[in-house]
Every structure is written in structure tokens, then in C-alpha cells.
Design a protein around this ligand. Structure first.
Ligand code: AMP
Length: 370
């Protein structure tokens, strides 16, 4: 009899998890407020809102185990589900990743380097942060932000005054549980490490991913075979996975500054910087996440080839141009396009190192409409 997996969230990550689940004999269902969410064709949608504990409980009762494809699920609602269907990754990892301050404190506790940061709840806190860290600062809401949303860069006293005025107009509340002020980093590059740990504690790591953002949105990612920071990044992610007794994929994003890693944030789920693993690693991140939470042996994570993922934002290119291009693989999430929305990606593979010139050529195929 096949295992039934419930995925909370019905977006493209759930869709790709569902595709990887088919050959393993796992049946997926996904839970999403939108009955037309794009995972639906692979993992039928159970419609319900993320804070509806009755609907979630009904969903959980229909499956053998649960996972989630995004972090902004209500923790209390998940914690209240009866424990008959285990949830992986466990809620300890989710709780940390939902709160930037908790996340950075844990990184420091485990001696994982971060930039300087301070909690900000009022004007006095902000003045203290400016005197301790200095301008420029990045202010981020401690929870709920992604793709650069809910973030402000304060470079000058004028920016600081404008930000305070805005907060005063909202009476320092709005929808917000607080902010973190971080030192601005002049990074040379941004990278992420995707690790995986199964129920019995076996761990594996993918090659480091190098990520290029435009306007706060991920534009493209390159798998870096033999990167000099591979061992350091693996060491950090291993520490986190062991400390949290994490089960499933765990991704940590880093800045690289003066040749060293500075941890920015973590995600306890399959990650958009890991889509290259479908075509360019022995086992994809999606299959390994499933193997981990089912407590199967993990699959080989080594890269089989060099690759670059190009994301399509806010529009679809002409599929004939993509399919005409040698060694380019197309993944349409079948989502209606609107500005800023990630609707597809393509992965180019090459046995030789992919040059900057080649990447620029590939980027001409990209739609980036934000
Ligand atoms: P985040 O939501 O923390 O991943 O931030 C989104 C993007 O904003 C990052 O990928 C960086 O490109 C940029 N960014 C965030 N924090 C900082 C920082 N402290 N210094 C410089 N750039 C940052």
C-alpha cells in the first residue's frame, strides 16, 4: 500500500515534490487556500486556509505524514494537530526559521558567523542599533518577509527619520511583531548550502549554490563544484541539523565577505536555489527530502554536471526558443503570470564550466518582469 504524504502549501515546490514522489510510490495531496494552486495536477488540493485548525486536522487525518513547502504556516495551528501524522521537518526548525532574531541568535549560539544585529521595537532601540552597528543598516520585519519585502535600507539620517515617521504613523504596530536591524554587508557573492538529514541522522550535502538577485528577487543560481567554501558551509549546516535534530532538507543562505561566510537565513524546506539538482545531481533535493522524511537511505548528492538555473518572473518566454536551445530544460509551473511572480524556471547543463558570457546569453531568454 502506498504512503500518503500531505504537503502544506500547493505551489511549485509542492508540485515538484509530488513529481519526485511518484516513482517512490508515495501519493501526495496538498493543502492550499486556492483550489487552483499549481501543485493540484500532481498533488490534489485540499482547500483550506492556513489558520483553519479544523480543516487542517481533517487534511492531516487523511494522510500518513505531513511536510510543508513554505515557512509562513501558523505554528500554533500545526502544533495543535493531533500527533497521528508526524510533521517533518519538525516544528523546532520551523519556529526558528519563522523569526529572524531567533534564527540569528541560534546561528551565534552555534558559532556560525552573522553580521551585527539588534532587536528594534521603538525609537530608543533604533538609536542604540545605529550607535552599535552604524549606518547603513538594513531593517527587516522579524517575520513574514521574503523576496526583499518588509525590508528597508537606512543609509542616512534622513532615511532614519522617514522610517521612524512611518512607524509612528502606524503607532509602532501595523501588522508587525518587531524588527531586526542588521549591518549592511558589502558582499562579494551570495551562496546557499542545501543539506539533508533523515530520521536516523544520516546527512548529505549538495554543492554550494551561487545566487544572483535582482531587485531582491532570485534571478539565477549556479552550482559551484569544488567551491573553496564548501567545507565551511557543510560544517555550519551540519551543526544546525544536528542541534535541531532536523529531518528533511535544510537550506542556509550566506553572504560571502572577505572570503568568509556570513549566515543570513535558513529555510527548513526544499529551496528555490536547489532546482538544478533535478537535472544536475545524482538525486534531486525533492527526492532526498522525501527519502529523509520517510527514513529511507539518502541518495547521492554529488553534481553530475555544471548547471545554471534561470528563473522566469512575471511572464513566460516562447517555449519554442527554450526547447530549441541545446541542454536547456524547461519547468513551467502553470501559474498565471503577474509582475513579480515566479512562474517558471529553466536549467542549462554543461560538462564544462559555464562562462559569464554564456550566462549573459542565457539571461536573454529570461523574462524578468517585477
Ligand atoms: P533576505 O530576505 O534577508 O534574504 O534579503 C533579500 C536580499 O536583500 C538578499 O538576498 C541580499 O541581496 C539583500 N540583503 C539582505 N540583507 C542584507 C544585508 N545585511 N546587507 C546587504 N544586502 C542585504
Amino acid at each position: 500500500m502506498s504512503t500518503k504524504l500531505g504537503i502544506i502549501g500547493g505551489g511549485q515546490l509542492a508540485r515538484m515534490l509530488g513529481m519526485a514522489a511518484l516513482p517512490l510510490g508515495i501519493d501526495c495531496q496538498s493543502y492550499d487556500p486556492d483550489s487552483k494552486a499549481c501543485a493540484g495536477k500532481i498533488a490534489p488540493i485540499f482547500q483550506g486556509s492556513f489558520d483553519d485548525s479544523d480543516a487542517l486536522q481533517e487534511f492531516a487525518a487523511q494522510v500518513d505524514l505531513l511536510t510543508y513547502e513554505f515557512e509562513n504556516v501558523h505554528l500554533q495551528t500545526l502544533a495543535a494537530l493531533d500527533k497521528s501524522s508526524p510533521i517533518y521537518p519538525q516544528l523546532a526548525s520551523l519556529e526558528i526559521s519563522q523569526h529572524r532574531l531567533r534564527e540569528k541568535k541560534l546561528f551565534n549560539h552555534l558559532e556560525i558567523r552573522t553580521n551585527a544585529f539588534e532587536s528594534v521595537k521603538n525609537t530608543t532601540d533604533l538609536a542604540l542599533a545605529i550607535s552599535n552597528i552604524n549606518l547603513p543598516l538594513v531593517i527587516k520585519s522579524v517575520s513574514g518577509g521574503y523576496d526583499g519585502k518588509h525590508q528597508w535600507v537606512l543609509k542616512t539620517q534622513h532615511d532614519v527619520d522617514a522610517w521612524i515617521l512611518h512607524r509612528q504613523q502606524e503607532n509602532w504596530r501595523g501588522q508587525n511583531p518587531g524588527w531586526i536591524a542588521e549591518g549592511w554587508i558589502n558582499f562579494q557573492r551570495e551562496v546557499s548550502m542545501i543539506g539533508v538529514r533523515n530520521v536516523r541522522g544520516e546527512m548529505k550535502f549538495y554543492d554550494l549554490c551561487e545566487n544572483v538577485h535582482r531587485q531582491g528577487i532570485l534571478s539565477h543560481t549556479i552550482n559551484k563544484i569544488n567551491d573553496p567554501l564548501q567545507a565551511d558551509a557543510e560544517h555550519y549546516v551540519a551543526k544546525l541539523m544536528q542541534h535541531l535534530q532536523h529531518v528533511g532538507i535544510l537550506t542556509v543562505e550566506f553572504f560571502v565577505c572577505d572570503g568568509r561566510l556570513i549566515a543570513n537565513e535558513m529555510a527548513p524546506r526544499v529551496h528555490n536555489t536547489g532546482h538544478w539538482t533535478i537535472e544536475a545531481a545524482h538525486t534531486s533535493q525533492f527526492e532526498n527530502h522525501l527519502r529523509a522524511i520517510m527514513n529511507f537511505p539518502l541518495g547521492e548528492t554529488a553534481s553530475t554536471t555544471q548547471s545554471v538555473i534561470i528563473n522566469c518572473i512575471g511572464g513566460h518566454p516562447d517555449i519554442k526558443n527554450i526547447l530549441n536551445y541545446p541542454n536547456l530544460h524547461w519547468h513551467d509551473y502553470t501559474k498565471p503570470a503577474r509582475p513579480g511572480r515566479k512562474v517558471a524556471h529553466m536549467t542549462y547543463c554543461d560538462k564544462n564550466e559555464i562562462s559569464e558570457v554564456k550566462i549573459r546569453e542565457l539571461l536573454k531568454l529570461q523574462i524578468f518582469n517585477v
